[in-house]
Design a protein around this ligand. Structure first.
Ligand code: SF4
Ligand code: SF4
Length: 403
């Protein structure tokens, strides 16, 4: 038996098969298929690593349909590191798995800054000249097999070239690093800008090292452990300065990946921006303008089950005077975006999205707040397709608009 299989077995053997995780699992909830439950998937990997089960397409599909939302991990009394088990298994069977064109395209964009620059120019032209609306009307993306990807492209936003450093205003509280993420600058510049605005406004010098790169989540969950490690090494080096008191993430999917890098002096500093601002103890109610509006909170799985700081978002936003902040129903599970999942398993992604939207639309909602760009794009696409004009924003954007 290989060492990799021994390690997988050691993790899988930690599962006592109690099934406590099952009701928390979105795929099991919808399929009632044990092979699509956490316990079932663990048993499959256990049997394969133990030499009792061969790899088949059906087996790989049961693993691939996992959203990696890690709701099971959070509910597990035996603390089975389920996310690591799946990532390590995918790395072992990588050659047996097929990567779709859309997923490959997203990975190429995420991991290559030159491609991001080309895409940024092309995207601006596409969005600004009404080509987006016309192409959607004529169903052009479908003709090229890019419908699932193109539906996520948001409306045009003005952008600027980012600097490497922004000075604090007023009394200096310290220095922080800002992890922008590969998709933030491309698809959600307002959030990047809002993070810089709020952090500098409350006294932090903000550093954006030029050499920062994709967090590696897409590669890691696709079984490409080598690329994921190279990206991790590059980010750990980019943010190595001792001056930084925190490395702030504005996408919880990236933040939870950064938090699990190997360098402890890096990981201890990683924080989601809402949690960071909350623990500064700044009284935002004294510096924000009132906003009499209904705000519903979506808690991304990466924030709830990965970083586990989802409560901080509500506590922070409740400091906006007059804002009515309420969470989505507890029964709402993963939104279905889950990295590249929505591109591979459209039906399940859509089912989960519909549940979320029904909860969001059950009472008057002006803003739907989400701390993860992948979820925000997926949810915004769903609302657009329903003809609903609720705005989906990052919490830091709401804060910045009220300064
Ligand atoms: S990570 Fe999510 S989808 Fe996958 S088994 Fe666990 S709860 Fe189910
Ligand atoms: S993963 Fe944890 S909660 Fe789920 S069956 Fe195994 S031990 Fe029980």
């Amino acid at each position: 038996m290989t060492n990799a299989k021994k390690e997988l077995l050691a993790i899988a053997d930690g599962c006592v098969k109690c099934g406590i995780c099952a009701p928390h699992c979105p795929t099991y909830t919808h399929t009632q298929n044990e092979n699509e439950s956490p316990r079932g998937r663990i048993a499959l990997i256990q049997a394969w690593a133990g030499g009792q089960l061969a790899i088949t397409d059906k087996f790989l599909t049961h693993i691939d349909t996992c959203l990696l939302c890690r709701a099971c991990e959070k509910s597990c009394p035996a603390v089975v590191p389920y996310g690591k088990l799946i990532d390590d298994f995918r790395a072992e069977v990588r050659e047996d798995q097929k990567t779709s064109v859309s997923v490959q395209l997203v990975k190429t964009i995420a991991e290559n800054k030159r491609v991001q620059r080309w895409l940024k120019s092309g995207l601006r032209f596409y969005q600004k000249n009404n080509l987006q609306k016309t192409a959607r009307l004529l169903r052009v993306p479908s003709l090229f097999g890019l419908k699932k990807l193109e539906r996520l492209v948001p409306d045009y936003q003005e952008t600027q070239t980012l600097k490497n450093y922004y000075s604090a205003r007023g009394e200096i509280q310290g220095d922080v690093g800002l992890f922008v993420g590969c998709m933030g600058e491309l698809f959600d510049f307002e959030t990047v800008n809002a993070a810089i605005t709020v952090l500098t406004h409350v006294g932090f010098n903000v550093h954006l090292p030029e050499s920062q790169t994709c967090c590696g989540a897409l590669a890691l969950h696709d079984g490409d452990a080598e690329t994921a490690q190279n990206l991790a090494n590059q980010n750990q080096l980019a943010f190595a300065s001792d001056n930084l008191q925190a490395i702030i993430s504005i996408a919880s999917g990236c933040g939870s990946t950064l938090r699990e890098y190997t360098a402890k002096n890096f990981t201890v500093k990683v924080m989601d921006i809402s949690h960071f601002l909350l623990q500064t103890n700044i009284d935002f109610s004294q510096i924000l303008k009132p906003l009499a509006t209904n705000v519903r909170l979506h808690s991304p799985c990466s924030l709830k089950n990965g970083l586990r700081t989802d409560k901080s978002v509500a506590q922070l936003l409740k400091q906006i005077p007059n804002a009515n902040i309420s969470p989505l129903l507890e029964t709402v599970q993963c939104c279905g975006a889950a990295g590249s999942y929505g591109l591979r398993h459209e039906k399940m992604a859509q089912t989960l999205l519909n549940e979320l939207l029904e909860s969001a639309l059950e009472k008057p909602t002006d803003y739907l707040v989400s701390s993860n760009i992948g979820c925000a794009l997926h949810i915004a696409a769903g609302l657009r397709e329903r003809g609903d004009n609720i705005e989906v924003v990052h919490p830091i954007v709401l804060l910045a608009r009220q300064l």
